[in-house]
Design a protein around this ligand. Structure first.
Ligand SMILES: CC(C)(COP(=O)(O)OP(=O)(O)OC[C@H]1O[C@@H](n2cnc3c(N)ncnc32)[C@H](O)[C@@H]1OP(=O)(O)O)[C@@H](O)C(=O)NCCC(=O)NCCS
Length: 180
């Protein structure tokens, strides 16, 4: 089971992250303080870090271990961020990040809703889930608007280097459907 390489929404094009995206990844979000504040990975120090991430994304598409799309604003052609889906039937999980200049316009919800709708429609997928830091209100709003419901707060779920958390909590959200 593999998702489409491209999704087109009203304002966005999702397509696989490519190695040539590394400068945009670094400048848009991965090297920036605000977008990476709650992320469970170390902020990129330079474009080489983003290049390594982009190579990893290409490898993920090849192996099918994850499906990371670049979020492209259609009207401008600008790289806005990344959304990634991981399929592990009977469940799938996802994560997303946008550059700060793209926040507050419903773009993350548009991207997440599209990926969630595809995932939950797959015959082998009965649960689509994601986590966010309990203080990450914007991300929680995105998950709710994409149709997920709060389930639980998971203690010691992941390290968040930018917050100095070695094992910080995460709120788990999920959309489920019953097997027929
Ligand atoms: C989380 C993130 C993807 C949201 O992107 P976005 O495009 O601004 O999201 P949307 O506009 O689709 O929706 C954001 C919602 O959060 C709300 N929101 C934003 N900041 C908020 C805050 N501080 N408190 C409460 N709600 C907030 C917005 O009002 C909006 O809800 P509404 O449409 O009901 O008004 C973006 O902020 C981001 O990339 N953050 C850094 C990375 C990150 O945290 N990723 C998620 C990791 S789990």
């Amino acid at each position: 089971m593999r998702p489409p390489e491209e999704f087109l929404t009203d304002r966005l094009r999702l397509r696989p992250v490519e190695c040539s995206d590394a400068p945009a990844i670094f400048q848009t979000y991965a090297g920036e303080a605000a977008p990476t504040r709650f992320m469970p990975v170390v902020r990129h120090r330079d474009e080489a870090d983003s290049q390594a991430f982009a190579v990893r994304c290409e490898d993920c598409w090849t192996s099918g271990s994850a499906f990371p799309w670049a979020i492209i604003e259609k009207v401008s052609g600008r790289f806005a961020g990344v959304i990634e889906l991981r399929l592990s039937p009977p469940k799938a999980d996802f994560g997303y990040i946008l550059g700060e200049s793209f926040w507050g316009r419903g773009l993350a919800t548009e991207a997440a809703s599209t990926v969630v709708a595809w995932a939950i429609a797959q015959p082998d997928i009965f649960r689509v889930w994601a986590t966010c830091h309990p203080d990450n209100a914007a991300s929680a709003a995105v998950l709710r608007k994409a149709g997920l419901n709060y389930e639980a707060t998971l203690a010691n779920w992941e390290a968040r280097p930018q917050l100095g958390e070695a094992a910080g909590p995460s709120d788990c959200y999920a959309l489920t459907r019953s097997p027929r």
